[in-house]
Design a protein around this ligand. Structure first.
Ligand code: GTP
Ligand code: MG
Ligand code: ZN
Length: 294
């Protein structure tokens, strides 16, 4: 589906083999009756994707920010959160965390689990999208203004609830929590672009000089697996802010920070500057990314 500058959506076909286009791509296209043909994809500013041994799965392209939405129920996996943060950092896209469902008791332990992320400089906002929508809207407004934001996260955290709150005509399907928990079912099955404000033309007509960028939100299906095969194990520490802060003091320049003597990162661990769970996740990821691909 291609959107024209006038805001019209046109069903387009691609030439030949399977399309590698993703939400957020810009294209040159040509009308063929009511539909269209995509002639060329423009270069991307960035691309967020995950990659396992068998395939690469793209989320979206040309993003200004990524909002990773998590909750205490279902309790988010710290490993999944870390993977999402590493992928977006590696793609060069600023990323922040939303803790949703703060009306539920489980929010307390989720908040605790997020403390080290706040400490390493990731911004975390708290939301109760369903029970305190006005407050959530007020918190999110300035963070989303003028930007394209991908809303990412495990299934059932409230991504589509957020879209529906901010884009009243969206009618994104929202799942029952029991279904999300029991069957691992994903309510949202495709990635979709929503404009957050003003009709096309309205912004340009009313503004002087530079046309302000329109805010957009991208809803995505919840992820379970989050492969990082695109990342070399030796680049991992530099993509994890608490590890990155301790780099530069190791005896060996190719230190893996797992068992080498004179390791500055492990000294930081001993000083309590890197939590045990982050150490475990680093170790698991390092192993996973070091495994040969065949
Ligand atoms: N208690 C509580 N429930 C919420 C809140 N926000 C959303 N929910 C509920 O959480 C469930 C899942 O919400 P969705 O918006 O469908 O979640 P999603 O992240 O889009 O899920 P997928 O599309 O499967 O990835 C629904 O039953 C929502 O009503 C909240 O702030 N508090
Ligand atoms: Mg959804
Ligand atoms: Zn080291």
């Amino acid at each position: 589906m291609v959107e024209t500058p006038a805001g019209e959506r046109v069903l387009c076909h691609t030439r030949g083999k399977k399309s590698e286009l993703v939400v957020g791509d810009q294209v040159l296209w040509r009308a063929t009756g009511d539909e269209g043909v995509i002639e060329q994809a423009q270069a991307r500013r960035n691309l967020l994707f995950r990659q396992d041994e068998w395939r690469t799965k793209s989320f979206a392209a040309n993003l200004d920010t990524v909002l990773v939405l998590v909750a205490g129920e279902p309790m988010f996996s710290e490993s999944q959160l870390t993977r999402a943060l590493i992928a977006s950092r590696s793609a060069g896209i600023p990323t922040w965390i939303g803790l949703n469902k703060t009306d539920l008791p489980a929010a307390a332990s989720a908040r605790e689990r997020l403390a080290p992320y706040k400490a390493m400089g990731v911004s975390v906002v708290e939301l109760a999208l369903k029970t305190a929508p006005d407050a959530a809207g007020a918190t999110l407004g300035p963070l989303l203004a003028g930007r394209t934001t991908l809303v990412l996260g495990p299934s059932g955290t409230g991504k589509s609830t957020l879209i529906n709150l901010l884009v009243p005509q969206a009618e994104a399907q929202v799942g029952e929590i029991s279904q999300a928990l029991n069957s691992g079912r994903h309510t949202t099955t495709s990635t979709r672009w929503y404009w957050l404000d003003a009709e096309p033309g309205a912004v340009a007509a009313g503004s002087q000089g530079d046309v302000p960028a329109r805010a957009a939100l991208i809803d995505s299906p919840g992820f379970q697996e989050f492969g990082l095969r695109q990342i070399a194990p030796e680049d991992l520490a530099g993509l994890m802010p608490d590890f990155a802060a301790a780099l530069g003091h190791c005896k060996f320049h190719n230190c893996s920070h797992r068992h080498e003597p004179g390791c500055g990162v492990r000294e930081a661990m001993a000083r309590g500057e890197i939590t045990p769970s982050r150490q475990r996740i680093y170790g698991e990821l390092f192993e996973e990314l070091s495994r040969s691909k065949w």
